[in-house]
Design a protein around this ligand. Structure first.
Ligand SMILES: [Zn+2]
Length: 431
């Protein structure tokens, strides 16, 4: 299969052609052609390396009423992703070699993106004893990222042991930083608005206390901790200081925390209920600044599908979480590119190269997050930054409908996605 991508702006630079053959970028230049090649007209489109998501809930096995590996990875490809890391809070929990291999195999069969299973840190996500980390690392799924996401590894000794254990195979512990005692029954960001709405508050310190503890633990045992979905100004400041001191820490922010604020909770619409909660405009500004200056390494979607019955109910009873895969790049364009905080090269670093490095999938035959250069794997996305559209929840490929952006205008459109030289999306539709 040979493709010529004609006139694409590589990372936003001047138009050029790319020749994709045998799964690789064979040549970059002007006036490229090859016998029998299929052509994509990329006039006006920006070419980025295929996006890599560090934080996706695919819900299979166990909650196929919310999402399956098939539907979730279709949504990923349509969003410009070529790899996703599938979180471990499935039913059963991905805490054994058997379950992570099942998810990995389902991803291979679907074929839309590379699915990299995340393993649980503790058995059953119960926070009592370590899961079979070594067996998951040695399995066919070759797990390198471990997380109890959805829950925090609250026990400091367990967190220390997990960090020490994964050093043997260059693993990383991705922490969902939430002190459980400080957030019992918490419903939204703690503050004046929560008081007025009569919803139990979720204080910033519940996140920041765990982030502070974990960066110190990581430094102490010299092992890599990754902070999931940073949501507060204080967390950004702690991570900034930790990095200045050379601590082995990386961090991600979600698109929704870059755009939305707690004010949306005033509608009592559970589409805006998420963990960690939407915060204040000051937090949003600090997150954008942290992403721009590299304190926060990556954008990760925390795509969290829920069926209607878990979201279309009273706020208190509703599940936490939002869809994210199909809108992530548009939200990043709106918040970071169109505001002048990042250029397209910066977007490529934060949505492709950095998450691939953190996920340990930037080397080998199926390497992700590599630069768009001759000889590299032909993983790329073509985006039309001048397009604009209104999000329609009914049109999403995800099995669930819980997007916070329904009816909202967002810039940019994913036109095509290539996975190792094969189009998974063309003309904005599954190929
Ligand atoms: Zn989480």
């Amino acid at each position: 299969m040979t493709w010529v991508v004609r006139g694409a702006r590589l990372l936003g630079a001047e138009p050029t052609d790319l020749l994709l053959r045998d799964g690789r970028v064979q040549e970059i230049g002007t006036g490229l052609d090859a016998a029998g090649a299929q052509v994509v007209d990329a006039d006006g489109l920006v070419a980025l390396p295929g996006l890599v998501d560090l934080h996706t809930h695919l819900r299979e096995p166990g909650r196929e009423d919310a999402e399956t590996v098939e539907t979730g990875t279709r949504a990923a490809a349509l969003g410009g992703f070529t790899a996703v890391h599938a979180m471990a809070n499935t039913e059963p929990v991905a805490d054994t070699a058997g379950v992570v291999e099942q998810v990995w195999r389902l991803g291979r069969e679907a074929g839309h993106v590379d699915v990299r299973p995340v393993g649980a840190v503790t058995a059953g996500l119960r926070g009592e004893r370590l899961a079979e980390l070594g067996a998951m690392a040695d399995s066919a799924a070759q797990v390198r990222v471990f997380s109890d996401d959805g829950r925090c590894v609250a026990d400091a000794m367990l967190m220390r042991r997990a960090l020490e254990y994964v050093k043997a195979f260059n693993g990383v512990i991705a922490q969902h930083a939430q002190d459980p005692r400080l957030t019992e029954d918490a419903q939204m960001n703690e503050g004046e608005l929560a008081g007025r709405l009569g919803l139990r508050g979720w204080p910033s310190v519940a996140e920041e206390a765990i982030v502070a503890r974990d960066v110190l633990l990581a430094a102490h045992v010299r092992s890599h901790v990754h902070v999931c979905h940073v949501s507060t100004q204080g967390s950004v400041e702690i991570i900034r200081v930790a990095k200045q001191r050379g601590f082995p820490v990386t961090a991600e922010v979600t698109p929704h925390h870059l755009l939305l604020t707690e004010d949306l909770a005033a509608s009592y619409d559970p589409r805006f209920k998420v963990n960690p909660p939407l915060r204040t405009a000051d937090d949003v500004a600090a997150l954008r600044e942290g992403l721009a200056d590299g304190t926060i390494d990556a954008v990760a979607t925390d795509h969290a599908p829920h069926p209607a019955e878990d979201k279309e109910c009273e706020w208190d009873a509703a599940a936490f979480g939002m869809l994210g895969l199909e809108t992530a790049l548009s939200v990043v364009q709106a918040t970071m590119v169109d505001t002048g905080l990042l250029d397209w090269a910066g977007v490529a670093e934060r949505l492709s190269a950095a998450p691939a490095r953190i996920g340990r999938c930037d080397t080998g035959d199926r390497a992700q997050g590599r630069p768009l250069a001759q000889g590299e794997p032909a993983n790329l996305v073509l985006v039309d930054p001048s397009a604009s559209g209104t999000v329609d929840a009914r049109e999403l490929a995800s099995l669930s409908r819980n997007t916070p952006y329904d009816g909202r205008a967002l810039p940019g459109r994913v036109v095509a996605t290539f996975l190792r030289g094969r189009p998974t999306v063309l003309d904005g539709k599954l190929a």
